[in-house]
Every structure is written in C-alpha cells, then in structure tokens.
Design a protein. Structure first.
Length: 338
C-alpha cells in the first residue's frame, strides 16, 4: 500500500498521449490520492522545450520515482530529423534497465501474459555493413540475461495458472538452444509450474488459432515483439493493449503499446483503455495496490460494455469513457476520496 510519500512520474508524450494520460491521471487521483504525480517531459514535447527527447530532469525524476506512467511518443514533424522523439523512449528503457516486458492480452476466455526480454538479442547485438556490402545484425545472449527473465516468468506463472510456455527456435539457433537449457535448469525450483517448449513459428500459429491454451509465454526480444502484437490483435487491437517494463528493484515503466496516433490526435476520440490498463499494471506492480488494480480492471470491463469508443464500434469520446470508468469505480465503492 502507498505510504503517501511515493511519487509516480507521468510522461504524457505526444499526439493522443496527453488525451489518454489525462484520463489515467484523473483515475489515479481518485484511487490513490496520497500518491504524488510528477509530470515531466519526453518525446517531441521535450525536444521543443529543451532540445532533447529525454531531458536530464526527466531521467532524475524517473529514477527517484516508484513508477513511471508514460503515454506514446512520436510526431511526424520530426520524422526526418536527427533528434527524434522515439530516441527518448529507448534511452529511458536503458536508463531504468527495464529488461522484463510484460504484455497481457485478455479477452473473453483468453488470458495470456507474454514476458518479453527487452534489452538483449538481435536489437542490441553488433550490426553493420561489411566491405563487400553484406549487411548484418547479430543475436547475442548471455545465460545470465536469460536466467533473470526466465526466473521472473516462472514467478509470474506460479502466481497465475501455473503453465509456462518458453518460445524459441531451438531447431536452428544456438541462442535458442542455450535459452532452452536455462529454462530447464531453473524449472526444478518452481515445482508448481508446468513448462513446455514451443518453436516460435508454431507459437504464432497457436496464438492466432487457440490463444486460450496459454497462460504465461516467455521469449526473447524479437520473438516477443512480434508475438505480443499478434496477441494484441487477437484480443481487441492496439487501443486495448497495455505493457509493463520492469527492472530489478528500480522503478517500472508502464505504457500503452500503441503509438501517438497522429491521424486522430486532438479530436478527443482516442481509446484510453490501453493507457488505463497500463495504470492497472502500475497499481499492481509499481504501487503494490492489488485491490485498486482489480477495481480499475473491473471498472474498465464495465465501461467497455457501456461506453465504447469509436475504434470499438461505439460513439464515446475519450473524456466520456474516462467518466464512465470513474462512475463505475464510485458505484463499486473503490474510491477513497469523498
Ligand atoms: P499508432 O499506434 O500510433 O497508430 C496505428 C493506428 O491505430 C492508427 O490508425 C491510430 O489512429 C490507431 N490507434 C492507435 N492507438 C489508438 C487509440 N488509443 N485509440 C484509437 N485508435 C488508436 O502507430 P503508428 O501510426 O505506426 O505510429 C505513430 C507514431 O507513434 C510514430 O511516430 C511512432 O514512432 C510512434 N510510436 C510510439 C510508440 C511508443 O511510444 N511506445 C509505439 C509505437 C509507435
């Protein structure tokens, strides 16, 4: 439970970011009024104000916070610029060493949690161009990097339905064979968890056709990138998908999966569900408020039914959806403020 001194940094971001971040702020102010919300700059807004997509002041504020809630960054104005808003996001992940990316995908009887390694593999290995023009990217993992993400996935599976699917391409890749070995070495420490190994191509097919079979999926960076977007697609789309990126001991980073949606920015019609589901993850993993997390999650389900936004086939504006969520929280007696 928050003691009253905890600080959450709110980074509204660009495009629809400030619109959905406002709804998250209003919910947090009502659910956990004792928590301090410190707004800081990131992305295009930060470039305009300071010249940097991630000012030092923002890094310092995030490091001293218990959690960071972030809207999307990105602005077409900077598409061809040397300094781009998205650089701020990658730099923030690195500054906070958030190596574990949790991507829940929930709809009906589907409840999958994808645990993606976020700071290793192909996206961080050596890359370049050889003299003969060949271009290369390298996938590298140290067993320690695998062990820490695998352990976290085991703990999460242990707290859920007890099934862990480790996804790799062990029939082809050396890194995958090592990944599989580490999973099997850690497994005996978690006797309550059943482990299965699945090749990534099969995992994609199974996720698309029978996603109900999965509980927790753990996988490396690029496979997780692709599979988690697929899982989002089969459970309602981008406007619905939240994420949590966690470190060991430091503040976690909670953010929607979608981008800044410049095509609808400023019109007040963005779906705030992904941002509010990221707030659920923040309440659960960042603030250790499981009751408030469940209350917000339930209120979101009710508001999705009663006040869907345009992308869900309804007519509610961002603000109307947010109001419906807060009304539901009040009806459920989840608010601590009068
Ligand atoms: P996008 O996610 O912004 O938009 C894709 C489509 O989905 C658009 O039609 C958009 O209107 C719709 N959409 C997205 N979120 C929505 C929501 N909450 N409610 C209703 N509709 C929604 O992806 P994009 O167009 O490829 O990228 C736009 C910008 O966002 C780019 O600058 C990109 O770099 C950036 N981006 C940032 C992040 C991040 O900050 N984590 C992630 C992805 C993309």
């Amino acid at each position: 439970m928050p003691t009253g001194r905890e600080k959450v940094v709110l980074l509204s971001g660009d495009g629809i970011g400030p619109e959905v971040a406002l709804e998250a702020r209003l919910v947090l102010e009502e659910l956990v009024p004792e928590v301090i919300i410190d707004e800081q700059l990131i992305g295009a807004a930060a470039i305009r104000a300071t010249g940097s997509p991630l000012p030092q002041e923002t890094i310092d504020a995030c490091r001293s916070a218990v959690a960071v809630l972030k809207g999307p960054v990105g602005d077409p104005e900077f598409d061809a610029a040397d300094v781009r808003p998205e650089q701020g996001l990658l730099a923030l992940r690195a500054a906070l060493d958030t190596y574990a990316n949790l991507r829940p995908a929930v709809l009906g009887d589907v409840d999958v949690l994808i645990v993606r390694e976020l700071v290793g593999g192909l996206y961080f290995g050596a890359s370049g161009v050889r003299d003969d023009g060949t271009v290369f990217d390298t996938c590298e993992y140290h067993p320690r990097q695998v062990e820490r993400i695998v352990r976290r996935a085991f703990r999460l599976a242990d707290s859920r339905r007890g099934l862990l699917t480790s996804v790799d391409k062990a029939n082809v890749l050396e890194t995958s064979r090592m990944w599989r070995r580490v999973v099997d070495e850690v497994a005996p420490e978690y006797p309550g968890v059943r482990v299965e190994h699945m090749l990534v191509d099969n995992a994609a097919m199974q996720l698309a056709t029978t996603p109900q079979q999965f509980d927790v999926i753990v996988t490396e960076n690029m496979f997780g990138d692709i599979l988690s977007d697929l899982a989002a697609a089969v459970t309602g789309g981008l406007g619905m998908a939240p994420s949590a990126s966690l470190s060991d001991g430091g503040p976690g980073l909670f953010e929607p999966v979608h981008g800044s949606a410049p095509d609808i920015a400023g019109r007040g019609i963005a779906n705030p569900v992904a941002m509010l589901r990221s707030t659920v993850l923040l309440l659960e993993h960042g603030l250790a408020c499981p009751e408030s997390a469940v209350a917000l999650s339930e209120a979101l389900k009710a508001a999705i039914e009663s006040s869907p936004t345009q992308d869900l086939g309804g007519t509610a504006t961002t603000a109307e959806f947010g109001a419906a969520v807060r009304e539901q929280l009040a009806v459920d007696g989840a608010l601590t403020s009068p």
